[in-house]
Design a protein around this ligand. Structure first.
Ligand code: SF4
Ligand code: SF4
Length: 200
């Protein structure tokens, strides 16, 4: 017969006196340790919609969907907790450092329908006024322009983004039928800007 080790005996006596080590979840809410690195959650005020978190996600559980036909065009980023492994790469790669952050939350994952275990954020997109292709998220362009400071004024797309962010320029982007040289002061993709500069 094998006898229990001293350490196991001590643990058993402690458990008898203090009660079980496990929590009574789901009858009582689970209280995770303060520094537990659990579900990553979006912060709408700090996320600029760049999509970097989706690019680096190790399990591909952050889905980025662009709807260019809606008015205004929108980008939706959705993190699905069913396949998130809480690695923290999305938080590490976030360009604003605050757009997505791990919390110590865990109990929201106890759902009957997996599609409910998600968090998402939506951002407006900016399209080229020439060809209508995607340039980027509106808040991302303004963030880049702010980062560049005075250097942003070398690109009309950047300084228009900065002016629009300050509500100093008209926000609606109209697609032009035919671009001429004076259209250079418009929100344009690199291809259209190059064509106007070199060909008109
Ligand atoms: S914590 Fe890791 S797996 Fe989860 S969303 Fe972020 S990058 Fe993806
Ligand atoms: S700002 Fe951060 S959270 Fe928002 S899309 Fe970019 S990387 Fe993701």
């Amino acid at each position: 017969m094998r006898y229990p080790k001293i350490r196991e005996l001590i643990e058993a006596i402690k458990a008898l006196i203090k009660g079980p080590y496990t929590s009574k979840f789901p009858f009582k809410p689970h209280v995770p340790p303060e520094r537990y690195r659990g579900q990553p959650v979006y912060n709408d005020d700090e996320c600029v919609g760049c999509g970097a978190c989706s690019e680096v996600c190790t399990t591909g559980c952050i889905k980025m969907e662009d709807d260019l036909d809606s008015d205004p065009p929108k980008r939706k980023l959705t993190v699905r907790y069913e396949s998130c492994i809480f690695c923290g790469q999305c938080q590490a790669a976030c360009i604003t450092k605050e757009g997505i952050k791990q919390t110590n939350k865990l109990d929201d994952l106890s759902v009957f329908d997996r599609s409910e275990a998600i968090d998402s954020v939506e951002k407006e997109l900016v399209l080229c006024e020439g060809c209508g292709c995607l340039i980027g998220a509106k808040e991302h362009l303004a963030w880049v322009a702010k980062k560049l400071g005075p250097l942003a004024y070398s690109s009309p797309t950047s300084y228009l983004a900065a002016l629009k962010d300050l509500k100093l320029a008209y926000l609606k982007v109209e697609k032009s039928e035919e671009l001429t040289r004076q259209d250079r002061i418009k929100t344009l993709c690199p291809k259209c800007r190059r064509e106007i500069t070199l060909e008109t």
